[in-house]
Design a protein. Sequence first.
Length: 123
Amino acid sequence: MIEINENSTTPIYQQIYDNLLKLMVLDVLSEGDKLPSVRELALLLKINPNTIQKAYKQLEQDGYVASAVGKGNFVKDHQTIIKKYQQSIEMILENGFIALLHIGESKGSILKRCESILEGLDD
């Protein structure tokens, strides 16, 4: 379910966040599904519960899960998850475009890069 790479430069809480988000986006974790408790997941992954809690808190702050005191963390509806995920990707793209513009790339050149990248992707 969740894979942790201890050799990665990505913090463990971020890896947990990313893994859970991927499962939600792919609808493996569906609306209303309860995430494992902090303690359960910490025991399963053999990591500190505070690390799990940090990932869960970030998922809640970003609007992917809802927390119910004493009951756990639950996956929000798939449409909300997809919409928020698309917004986060758009922000990443926008920041990349801004960075390219700041180093002197033209809008036309950026568009050509985008087209080239998209053409290289498998459908």
